[in-house]
Ligand binder design. Structure first.
Ligand SMILES: NC(=O)c1ccc[n+]([C@@H]2O[C@H](COP(=O)([O-])OP(=O)(O)OC[C@H]3O[C@@H](n4cnc5c(N)ncnc54)[C@H](OP(=O)(O)O)[C@@H]3O)[C@@H](O)[C@H]2O)c1
Length: 307
């Protein structure tokens, strides 16, 4: 199986860069785009890139790749300075070449830096309530591996994979490439220490999605976090993002609000102490933004043991 092994981290704050198991360097802070409303995401992407972000996260399933592509063009930032991630949608698992072609066309680019399998769930496009009887995520990965070397994708990875499914994938005879990244839900109320450690042991970098706790995040009302942020003279969101970076995960906060996009990128020249890191790591309460109940019957993605 091809993997150069360990992932490494250099730089601090917005200058954080993660070297993936392929040797490619991914900027540690990106802009998320899930649920960014039509006519908002183009501007958000443009603003973020002009403010210094160099990493954008999107997905075919978000239905906004065309606008993301427009925002990239509007920004004037050269394509080769931007890390662009998109994802293969569940009903496209048997059509990997068509999936990437659709994303590239909408994004108006020749390649993506990272192509993720969005979920370990191969849905029948003719009946979205059904999982294919003759196809599973190991088949999808076999097909995704064929994209490497075509110039269309620089790295391939997975998303929403817990240890059980990663073990299935890594031990499958068709698996020749270790995923470069596993993009998973990570925030102080869903820290998944065990899963991050497992990813790391396999040379897989962890990217934190819903890193602020997503829409209407209960974390914005957390008293301990508020006290810590006040003491630091930072926002709650900045503290959560710094915590994510300092524990070795990339972070992809979503915002369509210009001032927030700017604030979320003010992570330089300060750090969290070990004690402050521990305070955020041990906040009370647990919640999960993304579940697996919406997936076709019989598909298990979350096992509840990744603490
Ligand atoms: N792989 C997957 O299955 C998966 C699943 C979920 C998410 N993701 C990716 O991860 C990204 C981030 O996750 P997410 O979108 O769930 O949520 P998030 O980034 O944790 O939180 C976004 C929410 O926080 C608000 N916000 C952002 N910065 C703020 C600030 N400084 N002050 C106050 N509010 C702030 C945003 O509001 P406004 O936009 O209104 O400013 C939005 O409501 C997604 O956009 C997507 O790219 C991937």
């Amino acid at each position: 199986m091809s993997s150069t092994g360990k992932v490494s981290q250099e730089g601090k704050g917005t200058k954080t860069v993660f070297t993936l198991n392929t040797g490619d360097k991914m900027p540690g802070v990106g802009l998320g785009t899930w649920q960014s409303k039509p006519n908002e995401v183009r501007e958000a992407v443009k603003n973020a890139l002009q403010m210094g972000y160099r990493h954008i996260d999107t997905a075919l399933a978000y239905g906004n790749e065309a606008e993301v592509g427009d925002g990239i063009k509007d920004s004037g930032v050269p394509r080769n300075e931007i890390w662009l991630t998109t994802k293969l949608d569940n009903p496209w698992h048997k059509r990997v070449p068509e999936g990437i072609a659709s994303s590239l066309k909408d994004l108006k680019t020749d390649y993506v830096d990272l192509y993720l399998m969005h979920w370990p769930s191969s849905t029948d496009p003719d009946d979205l309530k059904k999982h294919y009887p003759d196809w599973t995520f190991t088949d999808t990965w076999r097909e995704m591996q064929k994209l490497v070397g075509t110039g269309k994708v620089r790295n391939i990875g997975v998303s929403n994979f817990e240890q059980e499914n990663l073990e299935k994938l890594l031990s499958h005879p068709d698996t020749k490439i270790v995923p470069a990244v596993n993009q998973i839900e990570l925030h102080p109320n869903h820290p998944s220490f065990k899963l991050i450690k497992f990813n790391e042991s396999k040379g897989i970098h962890s990217t934190a999605y819903s890193c602020l706790g997503s829409t209407d995040s209960p974390l914005y009302k957390d008293k301990t976090l508020a006290q810590l942020a006040e003491k630091k003279g930072k926002t709650i969101q900045q503290c959560m993002l710094q915590w994510g970076l300092q524990r070795g995960t990339s972070v992809i906060p979503k915002s369509v609000t210009k001032s927030r996009i700017e604030g979320n990128f003010q992570l330089d020249g300060w750090e969290l102490t070990e004690d402050e890191m521990n305070t955020i790591s041990s906040l009370e309460g647990r919640f999960k933004v993304c579940g697996d109940a919406w997936l076709p019957e019989g598909v298990k993605v979350f096992f509840g043991n990744d603490e």
